[in-house]
Each structure stands twice: as C-alpha cells, then as structure tokens.
Design a protein around this ligand. Structure first.
Ligand code: PMT
Length: 408
C-alpha cells in the first residue's frame, strides 16, 4: 500500500503555464490512494478549466472565498481542517509573495493561513523571476516557517529561456511526496498520544473539567503522522479537528482514559501524555441530579489513576515515555521533579495561565528536559511547536534505541 493511501491532499493550482500538468498530478495522487480536493486561483483558471479537475478528482473544485453556495458546501475553514497536506503546484512567484506576507485575499491564501497542515510548494516561473532577490527572500522566509519546496527543476522554459524555474513533473512530485512520508523519522513506529481534558462526573448532568482544548495533543498527532508513524490519539472531549489518518479513541473520564490507554499500549513505541487529566474525581456521583436544597454542599474528591506514571512503570514493552508539565510557577523545577518521580524519558514543560501559552491558546512554547539534556522551543503556532517536539522525541528515541542495541 502506498504511503499516500488515505492522505487528504488539497491540491492548489495558481496561475502559470505549468498548470497544464496539474490534472495529471491530481490523477497520479489519486492512483497512489490519496483523497484529493482542488482549489484554484482566478489566474489558474485562465490556464485550465475547473471542470477538468472535477472530472479527474470526482469532487467539486473550490475557487471562490465569497461565494455563499460553495462556502455552505465546504467552506474555507472546513477545507483547511480537512487537509493533512496542502500541495500548491504550480506555485507562482506572486503566490509565494502573498503566502510569505500572510495575505488573505482569495480562497487559497486564506485557507493556507487557516490550516495546521503541512504546506508544500512546487514553484514554477521564469528563471529570472525565480532567481530574483525578492523571490529568494520569500522562499527563505517560507522555508523558515516550515513550508517545503519541491523543485523547481532546470531546463527549457515555456518563455523560450533555459534555466531553473520549471515545475517538477507529476511523477517526480508524487515520488518526492512518497519519500517525504516513507522516510519520516518515525516510520515503522506506533505513537500513542493522550489529548484534551477529562470530565469527572458530579452527577448525571454536571462535571469537573479544565480548559484543555485538545489542540496541543492533536497537533502532536498530526506531526507524528507526518513523521511517518502510526498514531493513536486517546482523546478527552474536544471540539477541535483531528488530522486524517489518525486512529482516535474517544473517552470522557480519567478512569476511561486510563483503561483505554492500558488496553491499547501494547506494541506502542512512544507514548506522549499531552492530556490534562483530572487528578481527582468526585468519590460517589449519585445516579440522579443533585437537587438545590442545602445552602452548601461538599464534594469529596478521590485520586484518579496516573496514566503517565502507569505507562512509564510498565515492566514489559515499556514505550519511550514523554510527559507534559503544566505549571503556573517554578516551571523547570516542577517539570524536572515530575520527570524524575514518574521515571519519564522526557518531559515537555509549558506555562499555563499566561496569554498565548498552554490551555486553549493557538500558540505555545516548551522547555524540553531529559536526563542530561534541555532544549527550548520558542513560542509559535502549536502545529509548529508540535513538529519540533516530535523531531526532538524521535532523535532521543533513536539515540536510546541505538544505545540499547549496542549493549552499552
Ligand atoms: O489542550 P490545549 O488547549 O492545546 O492545551 C495544551 C495543554 C496545556 C493541556 C498541554 O500542553 C499540557 O500541558 N498538558 C498536560 C497538562 C497536565 O495535566 O499537566 P500536569 O502537570 O498536571 O500533569 C503531568 C503529566 O501527567 C501530564 O503529561 C499529564 O497528561 C499526566 N497525567 C496527569 C494526571 C493523571 N491522572 N494522569 C496523567 O497521565
């Protein structure tokens, strides 16, 4: 089975003569098992008709940001969430400039701003335009933000010149995408991640919970999947979207999360506890709704099982175990204490209760600690922070693996 099987690829076409190759690219991506949806800019439609892509993909083509009918069918936010990869082929010089500067003036630019998915560009333009300092500055800026470039290639150009600026051929683009997924640092690994809050019942209609949205854990799932892993996310209640291709096990309470993790942990190589698991639960929630009769009532809370600690304590098949620490003060001391007490391979510490960090926010920053090591991940979108954390985890996981295999 191809590594592209089941991937949600949003193929975007911008204005350039190389757009004539894009229907063939769509067809080849589908042959490799990917689900393909298409977005076109108005300039792209001067080169190829939307009907061509509709015929090749069997799906309506999206091109209008302000059309109520198409927004009602699958709006730009749904498309942005649906994709686990946005492939812009061809990517014109103008589109690169607009992407680099965060424009939101058409459907494609807007959904690129709204997506957590990896963005991959296959640039295509005149060789002098490609070499221009402005285009190269945009390229550098985009690459620094995690946008990947496939090509351009060198050769004859439609304008009669010869140089670097040709869009790679569809077969080469599909092969590079396959390599990108197949050679991921976690290919062959199974990663389990807990995400979101838990809900602890007070009675049948009320519960105790916390502010976790699930975003950090879900972005870690997407990053691990992108790195080639099979990913299982054990999720508390969350309204956030989860990338395609991830196995999702929904739970509500800490006890359910514990049971689910323990039932599925066998065979997992890496475990990441990103969920905000309630430490306590009401001791004996009544079967009926509590009536408002007393002036005050007391709830007796008892400890929940510690999922992370239980995974780290597994005697056989223990995965590489990574915890999170959410702290309002003493970030590094408390995180290091949790790492040692729970016998973790690594801990990712984040501030909570501060704007732009931790719970509910779209951005985060992390301090990563392991025995003898410490790395900081600067504040950025959670999707980017998650990619960096997955890189660090896979480096440490493989380093530990090779130490174990060398018998030292
Ligand atoms: O979901 P978001 O809105 O994106 O927010 C992300 C986050 C702030 C929730 C996330 O980045 C984070 O910090 N998650 C861990 C929150 C937490 O519960 O931290 P803690 O310091 O209380 O717990 C330490 C570790 O033990 C965590 O890995 C936690 O998952 C785990 N734990 C805790 C209690 C318990 N009973 N079982 C556990 O597994």
């Amino acid at each position: 089975m191809s590594v592209l099987a089941g991937r949600h690829i949003l193929l975007a076409i911008t204005g350039g003569i190389a757009a004539y190759k894009s229907p063939d690219l769509a067809r080849r991506l589908r042959e490799a098992g990917a689900e393909v949806r298409t977005v076109m800019t108005s300039a792209a439609m001067a080169f190829v008709r939307p009907m061509t892509f509709q015929a090749v993909t069997g799906k309506p083509v999206h091109y209008d940001l302000l059309d109520p009918a198409s927004e009602a069918a699958m709006g730009h936010i749904e498309l942005a969430r649906w994709a686990d990869l946005v492939l812009v082929a061809p990517a014109s010089a103008d589109f690169m400039a607009r992407l680099a500067h965060g424009h939101a003036d058409d459907l494609l630019a807007t959904l690129c701003l709204a997506t957590h998915a990896r963005i991959v560009l296959a640039p295509a333009m005149n060789q002098v335009m490609w070499a221009n300092a402005a285009t190269q500055a945009n390229r550098t800026q985009l690459e620094a933000r995690g946008v990947r470039m496939l090509g351009p290639g060198h050769g004859d150009q439609a304008c009669g010149e010869v140089g670097t600026g040709r869009m790679l051929e569809p077969t080469a683009l599909v092969a590079q995408l396959c390599r990108f997924y197949a050679q991921g640092p976690l290919s062959g690994c199974t990663v389990m991640i807990t995400a979101g809050p838990t809900r602890e019942a007070i009675d049948p209609v009320r519960f105790i919970s916390n502010r976790s949205s699930g975003r950090m854990g879900f972005d870690l799932g997407a990053a691990a999947r992108e790195a080639g892993a099979r990913v299982i996310v054990v999720a508390g209640p969350s309204a956030e979207p989860l990338a395609a291709g991830i196995e999702r096990l929904d739970v509500e309470s800490a006890e359910q999360m514990y049971e689910t993790v323990m039932q599925h942990i066998e065979g997992c190589h890496i475990f990441i506890g990103a969920a905000a698991v309630a430490d306590y639960r009401p001791e004996a929630p009544p079967a009926e709704k509590i009536k408002k009769q007393e002036a005050a009532i007391s709830l007796r809370l008892i400890r929940n099982p510690d999922i992370l600690q239980a995974v780290a304590a597994l005697e056989s098949g223990r995965p590489f175990t990574v915890g999170f620490a959410a702290e309002t003060h003493g970030l590094l001391e408390h995180a290091e204490g949790k790492r040692r007490n729970k016998r973790l391979d690594m801990i990712a510490a984040n501030w909570v209760g501060r704007p732009g960090l931790g719970f509910e926010s779209t951005t985060n920053a992390l301090e990563i600690l392991w025995a003898g090591g410490h790395v900081s991940i600067d504040q950025g979108p959670k999707a980017e922070v998650a990619r960096r954390l997955i890189e660090i985890i896979s480096e440490r996981y493989h380093a530990q693996d090779s130490t174990a295999n060398s018998g030292s």
